[in-house]
Design a protein around this ligand. Structure first.
Ligand code: NOJ
Length: 764
């Protein structure tokens, strides 16, 4: 036993029952229970409430700024943890206050929004999900954990697993897109990556699954707005990734800002206790989102003391930034609004998390300040980030095989995102060090060396409206050019005049997506469109790189620009990764994890929708009266879920089943042959969907149930098989029972959610 825990044990032994004093005879769980029971026995009410308090540090402010005087609060036992402090020395100083200056010496839990990397930044999570590469996603989380832990962080507010079909909502950038199956796979991979084997190593940190629940479905796409949905939809469409993350062992969960069934998630007993804890057997602790308890008052649930009591009674354990538990629960207890048992239960869960992290064995486990110097932003980590980034880009269009480019002649790089290092990593890069990152211009120049010339002009600002641009470029990432539109354009025209090809870096600023970045219009701003028109008018070939944290409405671009590569926000190594794909050193393989709409009016648009009673006739292109369609738009998306091109081509055979009947304990093998019919090796993501043709409730037209990422050489064929069992056919019925109903099913396979080969089978 380590020295620190020996001391804590020694002071506690006097108050313990004899059995608790013989740790050797106990299981790990019993040992933990005894240790924590004894510790709680020594705590004053104030110290208990202190453990339930998570004030922000003053270091990186991601919510309403607060002046916390955190040091004094830690010493007086009023703090259980803090978050978003950058730097091993700073964290160590805080941890020392807790361990050496507070009465009981309970270590702090140290959180951070390590959402897609620490200093080595990986692509935004939405992009990562477009790689459909779970091994890579797990690795990205592993590296993030290794770097963050070297800087003293032992808890990350990730993964964000909110399903979203709402691209107006800027936080779509932080999740894995629209699909419950893909979202669940990503959730599992990230939890495994962060937590490693069992949290015992000093580079394994605790995951926090967020935002529980349904945060991705705000009305009108406005952040923090009302969410209202049926329980059927919750269970069948939105809950799966949270559940997957819990099943993967995530140690903590963060509640969401929104209401669920009329009650703020933070105080929703049905959600936190009945579903999360009792049905899904979640054994970790629940933290609120930033000031959520305070916001309950604004939601109309009553004053702070009442809100805090409701949150505690619902099963919330730790209060982030609202200062509500620590300042009101004593009075609430005296008034009989809460019980000491409820407080002790919350405290126990928080202490358990610290115990599982090994902080009672060694409170400085994550404070090896030497590690910070050698483990962060290493060559090896950057190499991984660059490789993973190349797998997230989605090639949307490539007319006449314009891409890849050859490294020769004159390449004009233009556009508002061409020469800005700060806009490469993407939203929620709180630990980023922008001074270390390249711009795209540097990336392309490094890639071509002296083989080609890369010319540059900005061409236009992100938006015509300076105020709008300022709102989208926080964290010091402002980059506006004060020249007027005409001046910028004429400079660009002079530059592209000599070029053989134009590469236009267009789209959103990093902070145009992310928290509090809802947008009512998802088209490229007019100023960018006008600029693209001018580039096309030169008659030179134009390649558009679209930077975005969400689907962009690109009907005009898709019609007029010959090649479009969606690069999302690819992280700190994005410039090199983009060059890798542009010049064909890497063949693109990303596929959309979110549907790209043709226009704003189609939103929400997602592939796994229900059937209406009056669907449009198959193959009918125009408007159909008394059918479910628009007078002025097709129903179909611009680019469907699962879509993405390669520099090679793949030909799919017919889907084959080894049986058309499935028994409840049986398996059907559904196989499809995929041939690389192009000239280069490529990676294809083969997708399988299922449709339940007749059921007790209306079921989606298709649901992703399996996928494989395979690499195929030119001329080579591979067969991909999906072993269908009853598990792939289950859903929640009207009584919320998880069942598979006998009857007819379709299985479909293909390169995306639309181009599918279909076969039928019967579940007996
Ligand atoms: C608010 C965000 O909603 C949440 O995702 C984040 O983890 C916290 N702030 C802490 O920064």
């Amino acid at each position: 036993m380590n020295k620190f825990r020996t001391i804590v044990w020694a002071c506690m032994i006097a108050v313990m029952p004899i059995s608790a004093a013989i740790p050797e005879m106990k299981t790990d769980k019993e040992r933990m229970d005894s240790f924590i029971t004894a510790l709680i026995g020594k705590m004053t009410l104030e110290e208990k409430l202190g453990q339930m308090n998570l004030p922000p540090s003053d270091d990186i402010v991601t919510g309403e700024p607060q002046s916390s005087n955190i040091g004094a609060a830690i010493v007086s036992g009023k703090v259980g943890g803090t978050f978003n402090v950058k730097g091993a020395e700073k964290v160590l100083a805080l941890q020392k206050l807790a361990v050496e200056k507070s009465r009981l010496g309970i270590p702090l839990i140290i959180g951070m929004d390590v959402i897609h990397g620490y200093e080595t930044i990986f692509p935004i999570p939405l992009a990562l999900s477009c790689s459909w590469n779970m091994e890579a996603i797990e690795k990205s989380a592993r590296i993030a954990a290794t770097e963050a832990s070297a800087a003293g962080v032992n808890w990350t507010f990730s993964p964000m697993v909110d399903i979203s079909r709402e691209p107006r909502w800027g936080r779509m950038a932080e999740g894995a897109g629209e699909d419950p199956y893909l979202g669940s796979e990503v959730a599992r991979a990230m939890v495994k990556g962060y937590q490693g084997k069992n949290l015992s190593a000093n580079n394994e940190i605790m995951a926090c699954v967020k935002h529980f629940a349904l945060y991705g479905a705000p009305e009108a796409g406005r952040d923090y707005n009302t969410v209202d949905m049926s329980r059927l939809r919750m269970f069948n469409e939105y809950f799966a990734p949270y559940r997957a993350a819990i099943d993967a062992g995530a140690g903590s969960v963060m509640t969401s800002f929104n209401i669920v069934d009329g009650i703020p998630a933070t105080a929703n007993k049905w959600l936190i206790t009945d579903v999360l804890r009792n049905t899904w057997n979640f054994g970790g602790f629940v933290v609120t989102d930033y000031e959520s308890i305070k916001e309950m008052t604004t939601h109309g649930l009553g004053d702070r003391m009442h809100s805090a009591a409701l949150a505690l009674k619902a099963g919330t354990d730790m209060d982030m930034a609202a200062n509500a538990f620590v300042s009101t629960l004593k009075s609430a207890l005296e008034a009989g609004m809460v019980t000491e048992i409820e407080i002790d239960t919350a405290v126990r869960r928080i202490l358990e998390a610290k115990y599982k992290l090994g902080l009672f064995d060694d409170p400085y486990k994550y404070n090896d300040v030497r590690r910070e110097k050698t483990s962060i932003y290493t060559e090896e980590n950057r190499r991984e980030a660059r490789k993973i980034a190349t797998e997230t880009f989605v090639l949307l269009k490539n007319e006449g095989n314009l891409l890849p480019l050859s490294k020769q002649g004159k390449i004009a790089l233009v556009g508002p995102l061409a020469n800005t290092a700060a806009n490469m990593p993407g939203t929620w890069s709180v630990a980023a060090d922008f001074s270390k990152y390249k711009t795209l211009l540097q990336g392309l120049r490094d890639a071509v060396g002296d083989k080609a010339e890369v010319l540059y002009a900005k061409g236009c600002n992100l938006t015509a409206d300076a105020a709008e641009e300022a709102g989208a470029t926080m964290f010091g990432r402002a980059m506006r050019d004060s020249r007027c539109e005409e001046e910028l354009l004429s400079e660009a025209m002079a530059v592209v005049k000599d070029a053989d090809i134009i590469v236009a870096a267009m789209g959103e600023a990093s902070e145009s997506s992310g928290e509090s970045s809802s947008r009512a219009n998802l088209e490229l701003p007019d100023v960018q469109k006008r600029f693209l028109q001018a580039m096309l008018a030169t008659g030179k070939p134009v390649v558009m790189l679209n930077f975005s944290g969400r689907p962009t409405v690109m009907s005009w671009e898709s019609e007029n620009i010959p090649a479009i590569l969606n690069v999302w926000f690819g992280g700190s190594e994005a410039p090199d990764a983009i060059a890798d794909v542009l010049f064909g050193d890497v063949n693109p393989s990303g596929k959309l994890s979110t549907t790209m709409p043709r226009n704003m009016g189609q939103i929400p648009i997602y592939y796994n929708h229900l059937m209406t009673g009056r669907p449009k006739s198959k193959g009918h292109n125009g408007f159909q009266k008394y059918r479910s369609n628009y007078l002025d738009s097709p129903n179909s998306p611009l680019y469907p879920f699962g879509y993405g091109l390669s520099y090679t081509t793949f030909e799919y055979g017919e889907l084959m089943l080894d049986s058309t009947e499935l028994n409840t304990d049986g398996t059907i093998s559904a196989s499809i042959k995929v041939k690389n019919t192009g000239g280069r090796e490529g990676t294809e993501i083969v997708q399988f969907y299922i449709r339940d043709m007749v059921a007790s409730i209306a079921r989606p037209v298709k649901e992703l149930k399996h996928f494989e990422r395979i690499s195929i050489k030119p001329g080579e064929s591979k067969v991909v098989t999906f072993k269908i069992t009853i598990d792939a056919l289950k859903f929640y019925n009207s009584s919320l029972e998880y069942v598979a109903e006998p009857g007819q099913f379709q299985v479909m396979a293909g390169p995306d959610s639309e181009r599918l080969s279909v076969k039928e089978f019967i579940l007996q």
